[in-house]
Design a protein around this ligand. Structure first.
Ligand SMILES: O=P(O)(O)OC[C@@]1(O)O[C@H](CO)[C@@H](O)[C@@H]1O
Length: 394
């Protein structure tokens, strides 16, 4: 990768940078929210307080002895343990932060808090909210559209669903709504949706994989997209990759899939019918859920293990959702915005579609004129979550 030498790895070292603000503000706010959301006993509270102190003023500690994944993290963490959280690669630091948060709350340790998702209260509140109900009701109107317009509607739903990221909304201890994106059409700064639909039309209806991101308001439109691909014969089968354990606040796990599916199935009108179809697809094996450990690895997709590579190589297309997956696809580096998407993702097996709202500094595959306009706009376009990309390569 000749460019890699020239593109700096994103870290939290730079004062005023987005990465630094996540490490210095978002993570402490999240620890406090989790601490307040559960009646944790004193030892769990102390572990959370110690993590907060370590992340802000200390050096990175290894996992406690006996962790089921201790060996893996010892390898991944070898270059970073003992250093400041702000000095190591941002992608690694964030991923390890979530692993350590689970350690602090006793998620993997046998006992009363084992398997209790520390982010569940936030996810549950979102799923029960008015926004989800409105989005499900809107599906009645989509049903009346011609196929091409339905294609765009379900793709757009999955794309903009990515704004609904609970980690993104944590600011100074308060969840907040992202600012209104305005007309979503003008905010898609790279749009390969046409070649993507052409590719699917030309492929035999084989398997479509979707690398999920957030639960709730993002996972629901993702499931609707998969149902649409199955129902219209573009996919013969679909595989939904979710996280094996809670991660990046609202990332979807299997139990979130079940919660979302129940929410869709219980809804009136077309949403309820889609829910019933998805239920049948899961029980009949046309839709499969996978929880590969690599989904929570602090590594780029270029480093995926052989079994996952073989699985994705056979896909008609893999749909990658969200910002973190995008960073793992192209590499979490300060690439020039015009760097080629196909070139940066060359190590990913099989055809690839990235649906991502921009919520971190990394961006590639943007036309020079568009990039100039964005840079000249004075907006925090890379991190505001109000711009998006639909990038495809066969
Ligand atoms: O992957 P997602 O849910 O779209 O976004 C994850 C995110 O909230 O986390 C990172 C900062 O914590 C950024 O990559 C991004 O803003």
């Amino acid at each position: 990768m000749p460019e890699a030498a020239g593109a700096r790895v994103v870290t939290g070292e730079e004062p005023g940078s987005f990465a630094r603000s996540v490490l210095a503000r978002r993570h402490p706010a999240l620890i406090r929210q989790v601490r307040d959301a559960f009646p944790y006993p004193p030892e769990r509270q102390r572990a959370l307080d110690a993590l907060l102190e370590e992340t802000q003023h200390g050096v990175i500690a290894p996992l406690l002895p006996g962790a089921h994944d201790g060996e893996r993290w010892a390898v991944w963490g070898a270059p970073h343990v003992g250093r400041s959280w702000f000095d190591v690669p941002f992608l690694w630091a964030e991923s390890y932060f979530y692993r350590r948060l689970l350690e602090a709350v006793g998620y993997f340790r046998p006992g009363p808090w084992q398997g209790i998702d520390p982010f569940a209260p936030f996810k549950r509140a979102e799923l029960g909210g008015a926004a989800v109900a409105e989005e499900l009701a809107a599906l009645d109107d989509v049903a009346a559209l011609p196929l091409e317009a339905r294609d765009q509607a379900v793709l757009g739903g999955a794309l903009w669903g990515n704004r609904a990221d609970l980690g993104f909304r944590i600011s100074a201890g308060q969840p907040r709504e992202a600012t209104d994106p305005g007309d979503p059409g003008t905010r898609v700064v790279a749009d390969d949706s046409a070649p993507f639909w052409r590719h699917l039309a030309e492929s035999a209806p084989t398997t479509v994989h979707l690398l999920a991101d957030n639960a709730g308001r993002e996972l629901i439109p993702d499931l609707i997209l998969l149902d649409h691909l199955l129902r219209t014969g573009r996919a013969g089968k679909a595989v939904l990759h979710v996280k094996p354990y809670p991660y990046f606040v609202s990332d979807a796990t299997t139990s979130d899939v079940v919660d979302c599916l129940r929410r869709i199935t219980d809804a009136p009108g077309r949403a309820g019918r889609i829910g019933a179809r998805l239920w049948d697809a899961l029980t009949g094996g046309r839709l499969t859920v996978r929880t590969h450990p690599f989904s929570c690895a602090p590594l780029p997709y270029a480093d995926m293990p052989a079994d996952l590579r073989a699985d994705l190589s056979a896909a008609a297309v893999t749909v990658s959702k969200g910002d973190l997956n995008y960073r793992r696809l192209v590499g979490d580096r300060r690439w020039p915005g015009t760097a080629g998407f196909a070139e940066r993702t060359a190590a990913f097996p099989g055809p690839l579609l990235a649906l991502r709202t921009l919520k971190s500094d990394v961006a590639v595959g943007i036309e020079a004129s568009t990039l100039d306009a964005l840079e000249g706009s004075g907006e925090a376009w890379r991190t505001s979550g109000t711009y998006a990309v639909i990038q495809f390569r066969p």
